[in-house]
Design a binder for this molecule. Structure first.
Ligand SMILES: [Zn+2]
Length: 254
């Protein structure tokens, strides 16, 4: 398939994509786009009952099940939770992924977030999107891409930076029609949902996602939305391709 209709979400951990941008991925899928979802880690610290080895093999299966809801493919870069680093191996793996998938649109975590893994993933994706076109950066088997993809940063997990200040997205995507698909994808992460359910006695996982989406929806007078900031530094594309593809569902604030 042409890279013109391929979207790739790269997040730090399994379930980040589902919390942040799965609704927009679902809308692109409905427009005929090919969807890929990647995580830098296998979520190896995300359990109170399994060993690191066990949970590392369970969570990628959950993430793959979620991607399959959109007929999508899941990729894991097998870095480690908490230790996610802006270093040569991580950047090289990310460049390789971009050259393999060849996406037109890339979704990345917010550069400001409560957790450093998310911020590091954001920086790695930013640089990898730029570096994927550099021929002297070799990734055997995968040739450089000859364009810079559109990069969109999702909201931070709680919509704020570490100082408690809110992060305002300039782009809001109305996901009201696909909130059920977003919920279905999130619920594929059974280990995380069960963990919260057991400890809090309520379905906090789904509630948190819906609360975040409803807050963003409130900004545009719609039930649910997702917020984004587009990378507009040199030499990234300047046009808002989400607006071109999704039309009236995309609200832009200057
Ligand atoms: Zn995360």
């Amino acid at each position: 398939m042409s890279s013109d209709t391929v979207a790739l979400s790269i997040c730090a951990h399994p379930d980040d994509t589902e919390l942040l941008c799965a609704g927009t991925l679902a809308l692109l899928y409905k427009k005929g786009w090919e969807i890929h979802s990647a995580t830098m880690t296998a979520g190896d610290m995300g359990s109170a009952e399994h060993t690191q080895e066990e949970i590392s093999s369970i969570r990628p299966v959950e993430a793959a099940r979620s991607a399959a809801v959109l007929n999508g493919k899941y990729h894991c870069l097998h870095c480690l939770d908490i230790f996610l680093s802006y270093d040569r191996p991580t950047l090289t793996k990310t460049v390789e992924l971009l050259r393999k998938v060849r996406p037109r649109v890339v979704f990345a975590p917010s550069p400001q977030d409560y957790m450093i893994d998310h911020e590091t993933a954001s920086r790695v994706v930013q640089m990898a999107a730029f570096a994927a076109g550099i021929p002297l950066l070799e990734t055997p088997g995968y040739s450089p891409i000859n364009y810079v993809p559109h990069v969109y940063y999702s909201d931070s997990i709680d919509g704020r930076d570490i100082f408690g200040d809110s992060i305002e997205p300039r782009i809001l995507v109305d996901i009201s029609d696909v909130i059920g698909i977003k919920e279905q994808m999130l619920c594929c992460h059974e280990t995380q949902r069960d963990w919260l359910l057991k400890h809090h006695g309520i379905d906090e996982y789904v509630m948190t996602m819906k609360k975040m989406s409803a807050e963003r929806g409130g900004r545009i007078g719609r039930p649910f939305a997702e917020g984004f900031r587009q990378h507009l530094g040199h030499p990234y594309p300047q046009n808002n391709i989400l607006k071109t593809v999704l039309g009236d569902l995309v609200y832009e604030r200057k």
